[in-house]
Design a protein around this ligand. Structure first.
Ligand code: 4AD
Ligand code: MG
Length: 461
């Protein structure tokens, strides 16, 4: 008998045809005459209803058809008489693959998100997380499709690296040294020459620097992979391990970069609206009544382009009492970003030309000597969703800033070399995949849009 996934089954015309369906029991109810089993196989938010005629059923076996159990049902697909579903399966035979007794943690509905986070190994079996993780997949696919269709190449950058792209000192060391007996040099420092790579290495905070090497050869590339930050920020928007998409383009200036970022996000959001409506509708109804409206709003509007200096002026004149007052030169806090996006402009804002002191070394310096050609895309409810810039292509200027910041040329020599031979104007940005998912799913905590979150003091599963 043909195996059919529930998503496909629900779309069939019921003609009493034989079907075999496998999945996990969500609920069972009924009476002496008939039992109704709601079955889900993860292919859709919707369950298939299994109808069991008790006159011919094996009652002992049915006792083990409990919430969480995994079963295989053979039967006939018929039109459903009850409301709520177009078709149902009239069961002829039920086989139990795996029982689930009353200790199964997902018995009743309405668990808190905190509790579900503690049982992250089971939460994909809930409606909410099924929806979120199907959307996560769809967004990953949309991202590859967007760049492939535009002629970008998927470029794989190393996860283990010796260079600190963002210079924030938030890297996880990678070593095979015995931590109880670390080899030391004569002057007492750690002797990395005895380590696996014969040098100090860490997990990457960004694939950008190696991404630039790709762009300066293949023209336009993108990365899409895990990124690691050992910053101790326990917020609803930070993970220690997150996925980042980093396109990098030769011959793009900041204007081109902004246009691509806007087109890219809108494409992803529109893809979700076109392909994930069942799941979005569920999340909209359960968690966030304005979710779908907000997604449509972003696709339809033009993002604001705003100078950092102008942003500071607006914040200063807002008359609002911020927890951290903001003057020219300071890094914007989430409260400032959200004021600009949610209250002042009421749409996404691309903030550009930040003070150079608060941005990374690789950004192109403006003529004013004070600012760099940086861009942050700020989103409602999220704050910063994208960070990027035009890159400094001038060897002398880049060399000077690396020296000024006391950065290591021993690890960055190859990056500088790209400005020595065939340097080209180029730009790129990084989109935090989970930040995009926060926006698209309406979830409030970034721990709830990745299957197994890594945060300070938490690396379970
Ligand atoms: O602004 P960031 O630090 O920029 C870079 O890493 C650049 N190298 C990107 C580039 O130009 N190629 O990070 C980029 C984005 C942020 O805007 C945010 O969406 C996300 O990555 N991000 C995080 N997401 C989750 N948890 C964290 N700890 C994050 N840190 C950054
Ligand atoms: Mg940033």
């Amino acid at each position: 008998m043909k195996k059919v996934r529930i998503s496909d089954l629900l779309a069939l015309t019921p003609e009493g045809q034989s079907v075999s369906v496998k999945g996990w029991v969500r609920t069972k109810r009924g009476n002496k005459n008939v039992a109704f089993i709601a079955l889900n196989d993860g292919s859709t938010i919707n369950n298939i209803q299994i109808v069991v005629d008790m006159a011919s059923a094996d009652e002992e076996l049915l006792k083990d058809v409990t919430t969480g159990a995994c079963v295989c049902v053979e039967g006939r697909l018929v039109e459903s008489v009850g409301s709520g579903q177009p078709v149902e399966v009239q069961a002829d035979k039920i086989e139990i693959y795996g029982k689930a007794d009353s200790t199964y943690p997902l018995q009743k509905k309405g668990h808190s998100m905190e509790f579900l986070r503690e049982i992250a190994y089971l939460r994909p079996r809930t409606n909410t997380f099924g929806a979120v993780f199907r959307i996560r997949h769809a967004m990953a696919y949309a991202i590859h499709k967007f760049f492939n269709d535009k002629g970008f190449y998927y470029w794989h950058t190393p996860l283990i690296t010796a260079s600190d792209c963002e210079g924030a000192g938030a890297m996880f060391n990678v070593t095979t040294m015995d931590l109880n007996n670390v080899p030391k040099t004569e002057d007492g420092a750690v002797d990395y020459s005895q380590d696996f790579f014969a040098r100090q290495t860490a997990l990457t905070v960004s694939g950008q620097l190696e991404g630039e090497l790709g762009a300066l050869a293949l023209g336009q590339i993108y990365t899409f992979g895990p990124t690691f930050r050992a910053e101790n920020s326990n917020t609803p928007r930070h993970l220690a391990e997150f996925w980042m998409i980093e396109p990098e383009m030769a011959f793009y200036d900041l204007e081109d970069n902004m246009a691509l970022a806007e087109e890219f996000i809108k494409y992803c959001v529109q893809y979700a609206l076109d392909n994930c409506m069942d799941d979005l509708t569920f999340l909209n109804n359960m968690f966030d009544k304005e979710l779908i409206e907000r997604l449509r709003g972003v696709v339809a509007c033009d993002f604001v382009r705003l100078d950092y200096t102008e942003g500071i002026r607006i914040l200063g004149e807002s008359g609002k009492k911020f927890e951290f007052p903001c003057t020219w030169g300071c890094d914007l806090q989430s409260e400032h970003e959200r004021y600009l996006v949610e209250e002042y402009f009421k749409k996404p804002v691309i903030l550009i030309n930040y003070p150079k002191e608060i941005k990374s070394f690789y950004m192109k310096q403006n003529e004013d000597g004070k600012t760099v050609r940086a861009m942050d895309v700020l989103f409602p409810k999220i704050g910063e969703i994208i960070g990027g810039s035009e890159r400094e292509a001038d060897y002398e200027k880049l060399n000077a800033i690396i020296e000024e910041r006391g950065m290591s040329k021993e690890t960055l020599w190859w990056y500088l070399d790209t400005r020595r031979w065939g340097s080209a104007p180029h730009s790129g940005f990084g989109l935090g995949f989970e930040r995009l998912l926060l926006f698209v799913t309406g979830m409030a905590n970034i721990r709830d849009v990745i299957p197994f979150p890594r945060t300070p003091k938490n690396a379970e599963y």
